[in-house]
Design a protein around this ligand. Structure first.
Ligand SMILES: [Zn+2]
Ligand SMILES: [Zn+2]
Length: 236
């Protein structure tokens, strides 16, 4: 029993430190690249950090329990020998995890924009106006729980190499922060390219924070385009 508690606690600390380090890095970068961009937002940023640290525990506990079960009980389909499955499975599983995560996020996000749910839960996230690099995990605890359960559940269903899982978490962390940063760090040549038409970066998610009922996706514009909710790019 003790081991599982230690693991849950350790994972909470890891998620909190990961948040502070990543958001801190991109906030520092913002101060250098766009001086004054967050001027007057001190109160909002304090609130973003407070909710995000609460979210760290909600992300950390299920992740810690699953990590403990993987190590101590042989739970999950996370594997460490790269040759346990064909090598092509690595990029395929990366895309599959990102696509399933994106699908989960798109539909739960649309649900959170129903007026009653929005008022009670999702309004916290939209209090970031304009969002900053600190807003990546600025969620009401219910939203944090909805967001956090997918990846720990997926590792029971779909085999993934531990390094690919690390990559999924890296993409999730970096895109979560940079999509809220308030400016576009990717070159125009990518954002406005054919690939850019299918990818979500700050230019896309910023418009969600401006207009609310559009651009719900996480990584890809697939569902927004299919469902007619894609309202193009903002110029953050
Ligand atoms: Zn957002
Ligand atoms: Zn929203």
């Amino acid at each position: 029993m003790n081991g599982v508690l230690v693991s849950a606690w350790a994972m909470t600390v890891i998620v909190a430190v990961r948040y502070l380090a990543t958001s801190g890095l991109f906030a520092w970068l913002t101060a250098r690249v766009r001086p004054g961009h967050y001027a007057g937002l001190d109160r909002q940023i304090r609130s973003e950090i407070g909710w995000s640290l609460a979210t760290a525990a909600i992300y950390g506990v299920p992740a810690g329990v699953v990590a403990w079960g993987w190590q101590e009980r042989g739970w999950t389909r996370i594997y460490t020998d790269p040759h346990a499955l064909p090598l092509w499975w690595m990029p395929v599983s990366l895309l599959l995890y990102l696509f399933i995560h994106d699908t989960w996020f798109y539909w739960t996000h649309r649900w959170m924009h129903r007026p009653a749910v929005f008022r009670r839960i999702h309004a916290i996230h939209h209090a970031s106006r304009p969002p900053t690099a600190w807003a990546a995990m600025n969620f009401h605890p219910v939203e944090a729980a909805v967001v956090s359960l997918l990846i720990p559940a997926l590792v029971f269903a779909i085999p993934i190499h531990v390094a690919v899982l690390g990559l999924v978490l890296l993409v999730m962390t970096v895109m979560g922060v940079t999509n809220h940063m308030g400016w576009e760090m990717f070159p125009r040549a990518l954002v406005h390219s054919r690939a850019g038409n299918w990818l979500i970066t700050a230019s896309h998610h910023h418009r969600h924070h401006e207009q609310y009922r559009c651009n719900y996706g996480l990584y890809f514009r697939f569902w927004d385009r299919l469902c007619g909710t894609d309202k193009g790019l903002s110029a953050p």
